[in-house]
Design a protein around this ligand. Structure first.
Ligand SMILES: C[S@@+](CC[C@H](N)C(=O)[O-])C[C@H]1O[C@@H](n2cnc3c(N)ncnc32)[C@H](O)[C@@H]1O
Length: 326
């Protein structure tokens, strides 16, 4: 934030917030003030959302890790940091990472932030200017183990959105992860991307326990989750917020091209309700669609697991033997 100053960044934050909420085209990240503002107030939240989505993918495919990463519309690189948080560079050496975006100031700041990273894969990331929709999407995308498209589809016309998902499906050698805001519209964009991926032969590993029709489709409900974001003092200042945290609502899909794991039997789709000696879980299940289950204290280990489980987690937890006690 040096060289921008809190007041100018706060003004840029206000402009971006008004732009994102306005319902019109998304605000462009035009200059250094805009991208500094984006990095200070939005990137912590998009980072946590992508980290949660990638974490769910890693949970469903524990033996898999991407050897390369393409981040489409990557902006200041939230998904690059999220991938490094989930799959830190190991002895196999750094992954190759490529970020594509139309906003040069975002790529420049992203590169500067990444240069200070501990993870060599983040430091080695390449930042390329590319306008989606200008040329056929994906015409020059190098194949990558993981392709992420985070908080981008909502900024694109529908035709380009479809092209980008098709290109992501083609470029990915392992997994495609799409993340959108956790609004009804964001969910519908994720749902459309999910169907495109399934039609392209992908298997959904998270959040869904299956690749069949979403049981929330056509209802008043929408599938979304929340990621806790701790706000730094700077974050609070530029956003004018008092609270020490915020919950970023997001929708996502993580799908794989080759069988790399298996989806969880069910996922918790609401905050669990705690009652005396009981935990009430609302689940999306493989066989029964949306289902409610009550776990009682008599179920011992499963009850203890249910007390710890959170909205967005797999159920039962992987270490559970599935018998649920007595
Ligand atoms: C809300 S930001 C998301 C950035 C990043 N993926 C994240 O999760 O924080 C949307 C990004 O999409 C980029 N974008 C929007 N339309 C684009 C287009 N037609 N071509 C390339 N990038 C685009 C913007 O420049 C911006 O960096």
């Amino acid at each position: 934030m040096a060289g921008v100053g809190t007041r100018r960044a706060a003004a840029a934050v206000e402009r971006l917030i008004a732009g994102y909420r306005g319902g019109g085209p998304a605000p462009a990240l035009r200059d250094r003030d805009d991208v500094a503002a984006y990095a200070a107030y939005r990137m912590p939240a998009t980072f946590q959302a992508v980290r949660a989505a990638l974490g769910a993918l890693a949970g469903a495919a524990p033996g898999w890790a991407p050897d390369s990463h393409l981040d489409v519309g990557g902006g200041t690189g939230a998904a690059v940091w999220a991938a490094a948080a989930v799959w830190p560079a190991g002895p196999a050496g750094p992954r190759t990472t490529v970020v594509l975006d139309q906003a040069e100031p975002a790529l420049t700041l992203g590169g500067e932030l990444a240069a200070g990273a501990a993870d060599p894969a983040v430091r080695a990331a390449e930042w390329h200017r590319r306008a989606l929709g200008a040329a056929p999407a994906g015409s020059a995308w190098a194949p990558a183990g993981l392709v992420t498209v985070s908080y981008v589809l909502g900024e694109l016309p529908e035709k380009v959105r479809r092209e980008v998902v098709a290109a992501a499906a083609q470029a990915a050698e392992g997994a495609v992860v799409v993340v959108e805001p956790g609004t009804p519209e964001g969910y519908l964009r994720v749902l459309a991307a999910r169907q495109q991926l399934v039609d392209a032969g992908y298997e959904v590993l998270a959040p869904c326990p299956h690749s069949a029709r979403c049981p929330m489709e056509g209802t008043a409900d929408w599938c979304h989750f929340a990621a806790r974001v701790q706000r730094s003092a700077l974050h609070r200042r530029v956003k004018g917020g008092e609270l020490g945290h915020e919950d970023e609502k997001f929708s996502y899909v993580a799908a794989v091209r080759v069988p790399a794991g298996a989806p969880a039997p069910a996922r918790v789709v609401r905050h669990p309700q705690l009652r005396k000696g009981l935990v009430l879980l609302e689940l999306c299940t493989a066989g029964e669609g949306l289902a409610r289950t009550t776990v009682s204290k008599r179920q011992g280990p499963r009850y203890r697991a249910a007390r710890d489980v959170r909205w967005g987690d797999a159920w039962p937890p992987p270490e559970d033997d599935g018998h649920g006690g007595t």
